[in-house]
Design a binder for this molecule. Structure first.
Ligand code: HEM
Length: 496
């Protein structure tokens, strides 16, 4: 930054601050005149509001603040009113009773750039466009039948991973890295028709994922939008978008040109989107930008979330040898000496399902879900919530609410053996995939990968953690909360 620019910025700062404080005073005095019954709020600073209180783990900081201000509290991130919902009762009222009012998303500047002006499913505002795209996703891309049809892809990629572990011959392997590659390969083959696992591809998607979770000052304090320019975040977003767009252009064009002359074993999701575009069978005209935005959503939304949840489950099993033993017993009784557990076996493995549920409860991969936004004035929990309020549901806090969960901090898969609580969006105490209209459409897709991989891993190997990091539960920062240190194991093959 040049000296003159610095002087200009810093000399104008007190002036900008004064205007903003005055503005916030005027608006707060005018809102108090409206006699709105707003939710409780912690004290805030001028200009930044409560942003300084978020820290590096916002789900933990917000949980701590909610202990004093209650399960429905109103914060300010810069100039944006942000509602934080932290109890089962409040989440149920929000999603069950007022789902429509809260079904939109805030238009944040980084997703807007990366996802083709919000032409994807995850960040599109609520309306006819989102409804059509979500229905295509649920009915054609991620339906039960479609997920079943990719069984061979799952099995081939899983076998490749097991071979790598076998070949390591009990020397230390980075299991976290293998799980990340496995889910990346499955999602790429299903979505794009082939694997992309080069360093450049992985780095591009890692940068895109990081950017989605990044805080852009301009989205919350419009008068300080220039900070995003100076910090380099705007340039980085534009660069990543350019590279993503070139990559996706190549993918879509490649699918168009090979049509007809190159027989493929299965239809991947780009083929299906192009078919829908061609026959216009849904009555909704898809264009290339919409197709690219949709693919990007599936790649970014499905990969890390799936591998992270499996990684947490394995970390907890390594920390709880009794639970590991119980799961191995279940797998070996079901497998009965066959070379592998198959997908038909999974329904007969209640402990496996309980382990994965318990891991999703304790280590919610997206602890604050994806932000929602109200599009009308609503009464929630007795409070007035104005239209245009951004909403974060602290699913991580809800999943350890002591009034709903006994010994909430303990890893106890057994709690699910005698309970009908599921993560599909009907039990608000466990909502790692969200609930209501905006619920994740990839539940089945990710759960079947995690079930089949975990079942076979413990069926074929005895895993011993190597190094302290494997058992350490520290978290990364970002929208998807993963294990900070990779799981390193030595895997001894067992003869089932
Ligand atoms: C363990 C794995 C996963 C977790 C924990 C997860 C979690 C979530 C959450 C919390 C949301 C937002 C819900 C809300 O706003 O209330 C979401 C939305 C979404 N997820 Fe997932 N997800 C997972 C896997 C997947 C997979 C495998 C795919 C696709 C291949 C996928 C695609 C999407 C899409 C497209 C949306 C946007 C839905 C909308 O806004 O209407 N997810 N997911």
């Amino acid at each position: 930054m040049s000296f003159t620019l610095q002087v200009l910025i810093f000399s104008s700062f007190p002036f900008i601050l004064a205007i903003l404080v005055l503005k916030s005073y005027i608006s707060s005095s005018s809102s108090s005149k409206n006699h709105k019954n707003l939710p409780p709020s912690p004290p805030k600073l001028p200009l930044i509001g409560n942003l300084h209180q978020l820290g590096s783990s916002p789900h933990r900081s917000l949980h701590a603040i909610a202990q004093n201000y209650g399960p429905v509290m109103l914060l300010r991130f810069g100039s944006v009113p942000v509602l934080i919902v932290s109890s089962v009762k409040a989440a149920r009222e929000m999603i069950k009773t007022h789902d429509l009012a809260f079904a939109s998303r805030p238009a944040l500047s980084i997703p807007r750039k990366l996802f083709y002006e919000l032409k994807d499913i995850g960040f599109a505002e609520y309306g006819e466009y989102w409804r059509q795209l979500k229905s295509i996703t649920v009915l054609h891309l991620l339906s039960h039948k479609r997920v079943q049809s990719y069984r061979q892809v799952r099995e081939e990629e899983m076998d490749l991973m097991m071979e790598k572990i076998q070949k390591a011959n009990e020397s230390v392997v980075n299991l976290s890295g293998l799980l990340a590659s496995l889910t990346n390969n499955i999602i790429c083959r299903v979505t794009l028709g082939k694997t992309y696992d080069g360093r450049r591809f992985k780095r591009l998607f890692a940068r895109a994922g990081e950017l989605v979770g990044c805080f852009s000052v301009g989205s919350y304090i419009p008068s300080l939008r220039w900070v995003d320019r100076l910090s380099g975040i705007e340039r980085k977003t534009n660069q990543v978008f350019k590279e993503l767009d070139e990559f996706l252009d190549g993918v879509v064009d490649g699918h168009v040109t090979r049509k007809g002359d190159l027989a493929t074993e299965y239809e991947d999701l780009v083929d299906i989107l192009l078919d829908i575009q061609r026959d216009n069978r849904t009555g909704f005209q898809l264009n290339k930008r919409m197709i690219k935005a949709t693919i990007l959503d599936l790649l970014i939304g499905g990969t890390d979330t799936t591998s992270t949840s499996l990684e947490w489950a394995i970390a907890e099993l390594l920390r709880h040898p009794q639970a590991m033993k119980k799961l191995q017993q279940e797998a070996r009784e079901i497998g009965q000496g066959r070379s592998r557990i198959v997908e038909e076996d999974l329904e007969k493995m209640p402990y496996l399902k309980a382990v994965l549920k318990e891991a999703l409860r304790l280590h919610t991969p997206l602890p604050l879900l994806v932000p929602h936004e109200s599009t009308q004035d609503v009464k929630l929990f007795g409070y007035d919530i104005p239209s245009g309020t951004q909403v974060h549901i602290n699913a991580w806090a809800i999943a350890r609410d002591p009034s709903k969960w006994e010994a909430p901090e303990d890893f106890k898969p057994e709690r699910f053996l005698s309970s009908s609580i599921d993560y599909k969006g009907l039990h608000y105490e466990l909502i790692p995939f969200g609930a209501g209209r905006r619920r994740c459409p990839g539940i089945q897709f990710s759960i079947i990968i995690n079930e089949i991989v975990l079942a076979n891993l413990v069926y074929k190997f005895d895993l011993a953690s190597m190094g302290e990091g494997s058992l350490d539960l520290s978290e990364t920062n970002g929208i998807t909360v993963s294990k900070k240190y990779p799981i390193m194991v030595s895997a001894t093959p067992v003869n089932p």
